[in-house]
Write a protein that binds this ligand. Sequence first.
Ligand code: TA6
Length: 303
Amino acid sequence: MTVAALTEQFPHPEVRFRQQDALVMVDIENAHGSATITTFGATLLSYRPKGGADVLWVSDTALYDGKKPVRGGVPVCWPWFGPYDPAALGPDPSDEYKKGHGIARYAFWDVESVESVGEATHVVFVLTPGDDIRKAWPLEFSLRLHVTLGETLEMTLEGENRSKREWRVSEAFHTYFGVGEAEGLVVRGLDGTMRIDKLADGERGTQSGEVAMTTPMEQVFVGHPGTLVIEDRGNAREIVIERENSASSVLWNPGPEGVQSFADMPDDQYRKTVCVEVANALDDAYPLAAGATHAMSMRLSVR
Ligand code: TA6
């Protein structure tokens, strides 16, 4: 839908629609702060609690072309996280469509509703398969993303299996947090958790104590639905990540060499962001029966 059509269909004092390059942006502003979501991938690109700095990072060289996901914010990875797994999701799409992290972040979503809930503002985005998506993945589904800007920023990803067969879903809120310094940054809440080191051939071990980020890092922590806290000392703040129906955490930073393979990320910016992803991945991928719905939530706040 165009900016004009959205503005007409969803008149609301706290919500504004605008165009940025090929993308439609949805700006929310209320007593609690502000947030911006693009309908391309239903990607949250900014969250500023009132009087505070942005919690999210977006690359200075990100593309807004509607072809490649915007580098930064909260890309939605669904119904597969990482590489495509035919065993989990059935019919094997052609290579062209076998992209990492699923189909949701490459699609244009619709705005389904805009409403106030008390002092909070609630916007729902919906994705159902069109011809393009069916080429990528021919199974029927509906996917909703609920975004609520209130005392916290809450996101809920609701996936419905409208096909006739069971799938095995993996998913993530692939959040790029804005931080003062990535190297050595502490993430609390993973002590005692099973850790899978993707940079060491998937070596498994048990996390002992808090995690100190290294650059690079790519680790998946499984079987652990608890709250995480990012100690962003460079910005004198803590970012709290609460969740429901998510048992995996993915911690990622490309580091000084890895960043060079990303055309949409300046070489020095790997120090300004860490991905701490609320997910269901690897061991935590789950079966979704025909007709069933699963909802994963994340709540962000700053202290
Ligand atoms: O979540 C970490 C990861 O899976 C890394 O392997 C890295 O590729 C990153 O996601 C970014 O992936 P993208 O497909 O957005 O370039």
